[in-house]
Ligand binder design. Structure first.
Ligand SMILES: C[S@@+](CC[C@H](N)C(=O)[O-])C[C@H]1O[C@@H](n2cnc3c(N)ncnc32)[C@H](O)[C@@H]1O
Length: 226
């Protein structure tokens, strides 16, 4: 199945907004750490509903935002939700970014990078489009240490690459980035029911849910282009 087939149906079912609601708990902290300045050009890879660029326009007054997504319906929904001519949404693939060398100040991606068919090549593409000193803020919930995420591949027809923290740093370096920071951002907002409520539809034990959200949350790896 293609990215388009998988994620167009998510967009049509309104799951883009559902992801935004869930991912925002930790994505907002990653966005707040980005060294963006007024007037900067920022790209969001796998933008879904496009919330990240709308937020950066408000908080940091970025000059231009480009959201790229492989699913046309995601890009169309994102454009429909955005009343701002400084933000545009494009259909494209992580393997070939439609931006000139050194033309982008910062790149953000939430919960999408692991769908890249060739992660090192995608990182090289990101490095190519970034100006020297530009950053890539790569946030993922699907990663090795986050054990609850391991089963997610069973429900998604696109191949996902599950790396651990060290492998993320190695991949960034192999693609020519400096690794400036790596951290896990806990989700402190999702409600975790009391012990007597378990098992729930999704969780066998409360400990597993605490581990997923409060212990691990989102893995953020930050690369700086030389
Ligand atoms: C799990 S969603 C995350 C969306 C959004 N970043 C968020 O936080 O809600 C992953 C998104 O990445 C897009 N995507 C997956 N693989 C892609 C690829 N190879 N090229 C471009 N977009 C891709 C999907 O269409 C989908 O919208």
């Amino acid at each position: 199945m293609s990215v388009r087939e998988e994620f167009d149906s998510w967009a049509a079912e309104g799951r883009d907004r559902g992801m935004e609601d869930r991912h925002w708990h930790t994505a907002k902290h990653a966005l707040a750490r980005m060294p963006v300045e007024a007037g900067d050009t920022v790209v969001d890879l796998g933008c879904g509903s496009g919330y990240a660029l709308r937020a950066l326009r408000e908080t940091a007054e970025i000059g231009r935002g480009y959201g790229l997504d492989g699913a046309p319906e995601m890009a169309r929904n994102a454009a429909d939700y955005t009343e701002d001519s400084a933000i545009g949404f494009l259909v494209g693939d992580f393997g070939e970014l439609p931006f000139a060398d050194g033309s982008v100040d910062h790149v953000f991606s939430m919960e999408a990078f692991y769908y890249a068919r060739d992660p090192i090549h995608t990182l090289e593409e990101i490095r190519r489009v970034l100006r020297p000193g530009g950053t890539f803020y790569c946030a993922v919930n699907y990663y090795e240490e986050n054990e609850a995420s391991h089963s997610w591949q069973e429900n998604i027809a696109i191949e996902m690459t599950r790396l651990d923290r060290g492998e993320y740093r190695e991949a960034f370096r192999e693609a020519g980035f400096h690794v400036a920071e790596q951290d896990t951002i806990a989700d402190r907002e999702i409600e975790i029911p009391p012990a007597e409520a378990f098992p729930t539809d999704n969780w066998e034990t409360r400990d597993a849910m605490v581990d997923r959200y409060r212990t691990w949350g989102t893995l953020l790896t930050v690369g700086v282009a030389p």
